[in-house]
Design a protein. Structure first.
Length: 149
């Protein structure tokens, strides 16, 4: 029976899993859902004078990740295009799959932060950023002028 699905995840999974658990009908649709929910998990740690940002990007390479600073907003984007081809011996398609996706996160870091101030390193699927704290805008003291008369 064909059931409507979104990203190979059946709309009725939760209803069908309730009495039996996930293994009764198989968990093939759940693998992609678990992947989508585990992408771009972010930890922000405050230190003296800067923030340390660790962002998990499993399955992505350094070339797939970009960071952009614009008008005080730091945007991290990860894009991926994959093609998985499996051909039969006589050249007929047995299976062809394609995946194309993009995810991004945006953080306000302040308009005084410059691109040169932010340091980034990508290692083992984790993007590590060091972002300096922006100085709060100083509010000018109100100075009153004495009025004679």
């Amino acid at each position: 029976m064909l059931m409507p699905s979104i990203f190979n995840n059946s709309l009725f999974d939760e209803m069908m899993d309730f009495p039996f658990g996930g293994d009764f009908f198989g968990d093939t649709g759940r693998m992609l859902n678990d992947y989508r929910t585990s992408v771009m998990k972010t930890d922000v740690k405050e230190s003296d004078g800067f923030y340390e940002v660790d962002m998990e990007l499993p399955g992505y390479k350094k070339e797939d990740v970009s960071a952009k600073l614009e008008k005080g907003y730091l945007t991290i984007t990860a894009a991926k295009n994959e093609e998985n081809n499996t051909d039969g011996s006589d050249g007929k398609y047995i299976r062809r799959e394609r995946y194309s996706g993009q995810c991004s996160r945006t953080f306000y870091v302040g308009e005084t932060i410059r691109q040169e101030d932010i340091h980034a390193k990508f290692e083992n699927g984790i993007l590590k950023l060091t972002v300096p704290k922006s100085e709060p805008a100083k509010i000018e003291e109100q100075k009153y002028i004495a009025i004679e008369g």
